[in-house]
Design a binder for this molecule. Structure first.
Ligand code: TK8
Length: 337
């Protein structure tokens, strides 16, 4: 068993709160932190990254300088993950779904229709099982700090409004590079193709793919409405983002420096979730104004899609193990809707 680094750290924080920071000023060195993310600056991800940089500067009296790099300018999620593991980049925020190739337990969050509300997701992700999955990253050279909200995913495409399961037929749909998403949409009958997010807008624009799925926030901030006609409200899965740090780099930090980064990440998480939810609540009307044709799927059809997705859930169980899957289910049941 690996030592749960962050549990130790959290315990240490309780004993030595940040109030004593100035007494430990020697523990904070001048450092540059490259923090990469995939969406553009004018997005929920961009706003939160900016706040994170400000919080870290404040708490470290300007010694820790977070430089944010949006729009995948440091690379796709996959490329940044590798850079963190190798120590060539310090921090990033990205989808848990792209981490599955590194830490298979992350696939548990890919379970279709796992959460029925954002608050339920908070309770499970911030609870013991969320922490347990996050701590698994350490064996692979990453340290997870917090989960942020990407959000409930919905479907856009240019072929037709998706009202019934059969409407997926022949739609070339971009999915995240992740086996469960690939399987889920193949089961729906779509022609699912994995592609990094950084290549998605161009792929939609050039019609290399017909559609994609992402939260309303991203459909808006990435201007997918410019190149997509139909938006189908499916809420088929809740997607977390996760803030990760290069373990190689993290291990060289003082305890005070680690505390500053962790506290700023937590503070930012709370802001980010609220900001994302407020934006999501307004986004649908805005997307309609932009000319998207929006439809909801009738409950009976949603049920058919859920049944059709059952083998994808079996794939999650296969990937993460029955025990972890059951543990997550138990936490989901315990958390109020
Ligand atoms: C941004 C991605 C994005 C995700 C995707 O880098 O790939 O569709 O939803 O948020 O992580």
């Amino acid at each position: 068993m690996k030592r749960p680094l962050l549990a130790v750290l959290t315990a240490a924080m309780l004993c030595s709160p940040l109030a004593s920071l100035s007494a430990h000023a020697d523990d904070v060195r001048s450092r540059m932190i490259r923090f990469g993310y995939g969406l553009n600056e004018n997005s929920n991800q961009g706003r939160a990254a900016k706040l994170f940089a400000e919080e870290v500067a404040k708490a470290s009296e300007g010694k820790l300088k977070v430089r944010t790099f949006g729009a995948a300018s440091l690379g796709s999620d996959d490329q940044m993950q590798s850079a963190l593991i190798g120590g060539a980049q310090e921090m990033m925020v990205g989808s848990t779904a792209t981490l599955v190739g590194i830490t298979r337990e992350m696939a548990v969050w890919d379970t279709p229709f796992l959460f029925s509300s954002a608050e339920q997701a908070d309770a499970v992700l911030d609870g013991p099982v969320g922490r347990q999955v996050m701590d698994k990253l350490e064996e692979k050279g990453l340290v997870g700090l917090v989960y942020w909200e990407n959000g409930f995913r919905n479907l856009t495409n240019n072929t037709r409004a998706i009202n019934r399961l059969e409407d997926f037929s022949g739609v070339k749909l971009r999915v995240m590079p992740n086996p469960v998403f690939l399987e889920t949409f193949k089961l729906m009958g779509a022609n699912a193709v994995p592609l990094p997010f950084s290549e998605l807008f161009t792929a939609l624009e050039t019609k290399a793919v017909d559609g994609q799925e992402n939260p309303f926030n991203t459909i808006l901030s990435s201007k997918f409405y410019e190149v997509q006609k139909y938006l189908t409200v499916t809420n088929h899965v809740y997607s977390p983002w996760i803030v990760t740090v290069s373990k190689r780099w993290w291990d060289g930090l003082s305890q005070t420096e680690q505390q500053i980064l962790l506290e700023a990440a937590q503070k930012t998480r709370d802001f980010e979730r609220q900001d994302t939810r407020e934006e999501a609540a307004r986004a649908l009307a805005q997307l309609k104004d932009k000319g998207m044709q929006i439809n909801e799927v009738a409950p009976a059809e949603v049920q058919r899609m859920r049944e059709q997705a059952a083998p994808a859930i079996a794939k999650v169980v296969d990937t993460v193990g029955q025990q972890l899957f059951d543990q997550v289910q138990a936490e989901v049941d315990k958390a109020a809707r």
